[in-house]
Structure formats: structure tokens, C-alpha cells
Design a protein around this ligand. Structure first.
Ligand code: ATP
Ligand code: MG
Length: 196
């Protein structure tokens, strides 16, 4: 007997309906956007828009200050319900001052801790935080303990390349974004409105 398209779709719908029915928890989610491909921070800022649209309060902490004139900062700083902190002085190869980078990251973490203790904040974005572990600016176990002790309904998104395994293990959702190709490699400058 041949299986018709309609029968296949009915079966698929039953499987999906079952999965939806069994996902009953409502709680805060810890999400990591990592990998070498483009889209880690921009996906996180997309969720900021989504959260604000639902009336959530949002805290954004940028651990590495790339540039001070990004479109996301200009836009979201105008919104009510967003606390935006830029830490860091840039990458280490720019500042060449490990002590200062570590201090900036620890100051950013102090701001993050304030958000992670505040149940009124529904979404916390810790942008480029993974570098803090790579360079030893923050203690991973301390950070994970604080993340796991956050208010139960609070969502957290951490971005950055090479997220450490223990952080991935602690997360609920991990997106490893691969780099199939990037325009920069073909000589296209970082474009305002698309890349920053
Ligand atoms: P975006 O902010 O565009 O989502 P990202 O957060 O995934 O990027 P980062 O590692 O934070 O990536 O890099 C920030 C900047 O580098 C952005 O301008 C981004 O477009 C660019 N970039 C991201 N991935 C790559 C890549 N694979 N090759 C070259 N440039 C990249
Ligand atoms: Mg990024």
C-alpha cells in the first residue's frame, strides 16, 4: 500500500503534537550562541526585541567593547526597559594590557551579577562573555554557579566563540553557528546596519 502525502503529514503532525503536549515546563532558559559563523550577537539582539515586545525588562552587558557606535546600541539605548552596559576596552591585542582587560571584564561581571539577582529582569544578554574565560578574566565555576542560581523565570543568552564545555553543559539551549562563508573573507568591509 502506498503512503500518501496526506498520511505522511498526519503522522508527522501527531508526532509534533505529542512533543508540544509533553513540553509543559515554564521557566527561564540559559542559551549559548557560539561557533565561528556570523549571527551570535545579532541573534541575541533579535531576542532583545522579542522580549521588549512582550514587556520584559532586559539587561545587556557587552564584555568586549569592539566599537561604541553600533546600530544595536544606538537603537536599544533609546528604548525604555533596557539597561545597556559596555565593558572592556577592546580586544587584548589592541589594549595589550591584561590587567586592565581583566578589571573591565570583572566590572562588567559585577553589572551582570546585579541583573542575575533581579527577578524583575526577564532577559539578560552577556555578549562576548566567552572571551573572559579564554583569557582567564573570570572564574568559570563562579559564573556557572551564579547563572544557575538566577531567578527561575529569567532567560540568559551568552554569546562568543569557543564556549567552554562546562558552560555548554550548564545551558539549556546551545547553538553552534558554523561559518560556511563570510563576505569579509572576500574583501567586503564590516557594513553598518548589517555587521554593526
Ligand atoms: P554578529 O554580531 O554579526 O551576529 P557574531 O556575534 O556572530 O556576529 P563576532 O565573533 O562577535 O560574531 O564578530 C563580530 C563581527 O565580526 C561582526 O561584524 C561580524 O559580522 C563579523 N564576523 C562574524 N563572523 C565572522 C566570520 N566568520 N568571518 C569574518 N567576520 C565575521
Ligand atoms: Mg558577537
Amino acid at each position: 500500500m502506498t503512503v500518501t502525502h496526506e498520511q505522511r503529514m498526519q503522522k508527522k503532525k501527531a508526532v509534533i503534537d505529542n512533543k508540544i503536549a509533553s513540553a509543559q515546563q515554564e521557566r527561564g532558559v540559559l542559551l549559548i550562541n557560539t561557533g565561528n559563523g556570523k549571527g551570535k550577537s545579532s541573534a541575541a539582539f533579535g531576542v532583545v526585541a522579542r522580549a521588549l515586545g512582550h514587556g520584559l525588562e532586559v539587561g545587556v552587558v557587552q564584555f568586549v567593547k569592539g566599537r561604541g557606535d553600533t546600530g544595536e546600541q544606538a537603537f536599544f539605548r533609546q528604548q525604555t526597559n533596557v539597561a545597556w552596559h559596555v565593558g572592556g576596552e577592546g580586544f587584548t591585542w589592541e589594549t595589550q594590557d591584561k590587567e586592565r582587560d581583566a578589571k573591565a571584564a570583572q566590572a562588567a561581571w559585577a553589572v551582570a551579577c546585579g541583573h542575575l539577582s533581579n527577578p524583575d529582569i526577564g532577559l539578560v544578554v552577556l555578549d562576548e562573555m566567552t572571551y573572559a574565560f579564554k583569557y582567564g578574566w573570570l572564574d568559570l565555576d563562579t559564573v556557572i554557579a551564579k547563572l544557575l542560581a538566577r531567578p527561575p523565570m529569567q532567560h540568559v543568552i551568552i554569546t562568543g566563540r569557543t564556549a567552554p564545555q562546562a558552560l555548554r553543559d550548564a545551558a539549556d539551549t546551545v547553538s553552534d553557528i558554523g561559518n560556511e562563508k563570510h563576505a569579509f573573507a572576500a574583501g567586503v568591509k564590516a557594513m553598518p546596519g548589517l555587521d554593526w
